[in-house]
Ligand binder design. Structure first.
Ligand code: FAD
Length: 477
């Protein structure tokens, strides 16, 4: 075994959903020089290499069987910070959590955050992540003012949206196929309080959910919906929506207090008693169809009665990182794990397509245990997934007996999306057939992406299981 690949570095590298994974030789560099060293040795030996941040992509984006896995999470230094402008210079392994904790006391907040605070900014840019404010603020890449990209050759090139728009808009959202982001500059968002005003409303069916989200998108910065994916008929697509906005200057009587990270910290216990670390074990007995049907129904009933129309204040972290409330909740899905399917559909077709998807899940006996609706706008990135429309993210548990049916179901979910001119989100994907992904992106964009790959990484060193599945082996040739 060559020195680069000692057998003790062979680790199981899963997707976050635990339904897919592969063994790889994991390297965890902590400097740009280390990254260059690994690239050099990998290239000498002709071994493929896959980039990995915090491994928070649900599916196969950050592993490849028998490849070298370059885990960038140890490169987590904040390199420069200007509290007057909110501009920050980071290494790729800085997480969303580290960034907000660092900047909040100075009155700044990341303009785009994901539903969990664990992803790295390198991984976030590579997938061009969005938040609950996608309509208002766009994607993370739209707040990046430049990055340093290490090519497969080891050369580092500065890339900015002004000087090299083609490359910038392909690297961001290019799922780690063109180079390693070793440094990024971001512009944060000024906030005057650590609190948000939140409004909760219910929607009786899918049509109402979409209409309410659309009406709210210009009045509220954040718009997110939860859908009860179990009932059909008149109640198909019923759910709850949450809208939120930052407080204006003077609205918060004690901003110095609410901007403290201690005030933002998610509680360690539930109701002050139950340690949150055990919560996933309590959820486990409910993680089956009857249990989740009940949980979804109770949530809807409460939200559509006592909770309907409620307005309240919530900390930024509480509202933004709901999914971090139950640490390790993905473990409730073990041993099979879960996959997610998130499709983006133009506004005019969303009701028809999402109704078909929810019905297809029900008919297959595979209803989504957690379904999330968001309002989106188009983005300027080459491999971007934004449309003027909505996305529906469906969490689907995997078992030994449903696995094949589930993979067939994903095809069924995806076909109407392609017909409607919609897109898919690779960060959430594990099962989409490559031809449907390619049809959604279109020949012209695929051609431009392949041309950049052929120029920057002609030997095809940077790879991933996701890229091979969606784009095909040696897709750049
Ligand atoms: C509970 C949960 C909630 C989520 N909510 C959201 C959400 O609200 N919105 C959203 O958009 N996403 C969401 N995601 C998805 C997640 O934000 C993305 O998958 C993100 O890319 C994960 O970042 P990571 O650091 O874990 O990267 P990984 O998953 O490890 O890698 C992601 C991709 O980035 C590439 N990559 C990693 N580092 C680099 C680098 N330095 N240079 C170049 N390429 C690199 C990898 O090769 C891979 O293709 C959620 C995920 C989870 C688990």
């Amino acid at each position: 075994m060559p020195a680069l690949l000692p057998p003790d570095r062979l680790e199981w590298v899963p997707g976050w959903g635990q339904a897919v994974g592969a063994a790889g030789y994991v390297h965890r560099p902590s400097t740009v020089e280390d990254v260059r060293g690994v690239l050099g040795l990998t290239s000498e030996r002709g071994v493929p290499l896959v980039l990995r941040g915090a491994g928070r992509s649900y599916g196969d984006a950050a592993f490849l069987p028998e490849a070298v896995v370059l885990d960038l999470s140890r490169m987590d230094r904040i390199l420069a910070w200007d509290p007057r402008t909110g501009e920050v210079d980071v290494e790729p392994g800085v997480t969303v959590e580290r960034l907000w904790r660092f900047a909040l006391g100075d009155g700044w907040w990341p303009p785009v955050v994901t539903g969990t605070m664990r992803p790295t900014l390198g991984g976030g840019l590579a997938m061009n992540v969005h938040g609950k404010n996608n309509w208002a603020r766009g994607t993370l890449g739209e707040h990046c003012t430049g990055l340093d990209l290490m090519l497969a050759s080891g050369e580092v090139v500065p890339v900015t949206p002004e000087a090299d728009p083609e490359l910038f808009h392909a690297v961001v959202g290019g799922f780690g196929q063109l180079g390693v982001i070793v440094r990024a500059r971001l512009r944060l968002k000024r906030v005057h309080s650590g609190l948000l005003e939140v409004e909760a409303v219910s929607g009786r069916d899918l049509g109402e959910m979409l209409r309410l989200a659309d009406e709210a998108k210009d009045r509220w910065e954040y718009v997110v919906g939860w859908i009860d994916a179990f009932p059909g008929g008149r109640r198909l697509g019923r759910g709850l929506l949450h809208f939120a906005r930052h407080l204006e200057p003077e609205e918060d009587p004690a901003p110095a207090r609410t901007l403290r990270t201690r005030v933002q910290d998610l509680p360690d216990t539930l109701f002050g008693i139950l340690p949150k670390s055990v919560l996933w074990r309590l959820l486990k007995p409910w993680t089956n169809r009857p249990g989740m049907r009940t949980i979804n129904a109770v949530k809807y009933r409460l939200g559509s009665t006592v909770g309907d129309g409620a307005r309240y204040l919530q900390t930024l972290a509480e509202f933004s990182f709901l999914l971090d409330y139950v640490p390790g909740w993905e473990r409730v899905y073990l041993p099979g794990g879960l996959i997610q399917h998130q499709s983006f559909v133009p506004a005019g077709a969303a009701e028809r397509v999402f109704a078909r998807q929810l019905e297809a899940c029900r008919k297959a006996g595979l209803p989504s245990f957690l379904a999330v609706l968001k309002r989106h706008r188009p983005d300027p990135f080459l491999m971007g997934h934004g449309v003027d429309g909505y996305s529906l993210a469906l969490d689907l548990p995997v078992t030994a007996s449903n696995r094949e049916r589930l993979w067939r179901l994903v095809r069924e979910l995806a076909e109407p999306v392609v017909e409607a001119g919609g897109r898919f989100y690779p960060a959430k994907d594990a099962a989409l057939p490559g031809e449907l992904y390619r049809a959604s992106v279109g020949e012209e964009r695929l051609g431009r992406f392949a041309a950049l790959k052929a120029r920057l990484d002609p030997g095809g060193m940077l790879r991933s299981a996701l890229a091979e599945r969606l784009l095909g082996p040696r897709w750049w040739q």
